[in-house]
Design a protein around this ligand. Structure first.
Ligand SMILES: [Zn+2]
Length: 300
């Protein structure tokens, strides 16, 4: 009887945590990220584009002619939530054939290894992104690089490099890569078209443009500041009807969900330009702050 009870408990645990392939790698689980990882009810953004991420970390699902595409995988502990969100919409996660990564940080790429284990999907990234994703280690020129790899994540296998401007056709969906480095050396924005009700809109999954770093890093001392300026320019000039980005806060998801009764608040053809403009304002603040303190030169 006791054995039956234990077996039932274990079965319940497995159901609550999702398939075993999605169990987070303990070494990389983020203990300070509970707010980001709060559950979020999935929803249709427009046409074949759905939000399946958590409350603080985006994951975007696109339905193709014969399968599914996924953009970003959150934290290691987000993978099971993403899987559950996809299932609750009536889709089969096993049909994900491609996972696209915005940038190789633990909070967007941390769940990708587990989602790839589950689905066998090919992962796509920029040339620089492939290096980081394949190793799980941030390169020294990443603003958030830390010597002991505190910001690392589980290495991902089978990552395919996409060149700037490449258009990939995945099961009938054309996805264009737009290199937007600065937040990371390999940061990439992805854009595709979603159609419904006779209207087609360009969706832009614009990568993070925040000037956030580990202690001791200076954006003004290397290429990152200029990269951010160029990347913001590129995003502001993209054909863009719907802005999505790796943190839902960046595209005002919660505010927009409250306005969903008054049309589709996600359709806004100036959202990308505003996003870029706000990021440039943050960068300017950051550069001003950096000028207030001298650069620490390591003489060891
Ligand atoms: Zn990041």
């Amino acid at each position: 009887m006791m054995r039956v009870a234990v077996a039932l408990f274990l079965l319940g645990l497995i159901a609550a945590c999702g398939p075993k392939q999605l169990a987070p790698d303990a070494e990389f689980t983020c203990d300070r990220c509970d707010d980001w990882n709060l559950p979020q009810q999935p929803f249709r953004v427009y046409g074949n584009t759905w939000y399946v991420g958590t409350a603080g970390l985006s994951s975007i699902l696109v339905e193709s002619d014969s399968g599914l595409l996924l953009f970003d995988g959150g934290l290691p502990q987000s993978a099971a939530l993403i899987d559950a969100n996809i299932r609750s919409l009536g889709f089969d996660p096993m049909k994900i054939s491609a996972i696209f990564v915005s940038h190789a940080h633990f909070d967007h790429a941390g769940g990708v290894a587990a989602l790839q284990r589950l689905t066998g999907a090919t992962v796509y990234s920029s040339v620089e992104g492939v290096k980081t994703l394949s190793s799980g280690r941030l390169p020294p020129d990443d603003p958030q690089y830390a010597e002991k790899n505190e910001n690392g994540f589980a290495a991902i296998s089978n990552v395919v490099a996409v060149q700037d401007g490449d258009v990939l056709n995945v099961d009938g969906v054309s996805v264009e890569a737009v290199y937007t480095p600065g937040h990371t050396p390999g940061g990439t924005s992805w854009t595709w078209e979603s159609c419904a009700l006779d209207a087609c809109y360009k969706v832009v999954y614009a990568d993070s443009l925040t000037s956030v770093s580990a202690d001791g890093y200076f954006f003004g001392a290397g290429p990152a500041a200029n990269q951010l300026i160029e990347s913001a320019d590129r995003i502001s000039l993209l054909d863009c009807d719907i802005l999505l980005s790796p943190h839902p806060f960046f595209f005002g998801m919660q505010d927009k969900l409250e306005k969903v009764d008054a049309g589709n608040p996600f359709v806004n053809n100036v959202a990308c330009a505003i996003y870029a403009d706000v990021a440039l304002g943050w960068l300017q603040q950051r550069l001003n702050a950096e000028r207030q303190k001298p650069i620490e030169i390591n003489v060891d």
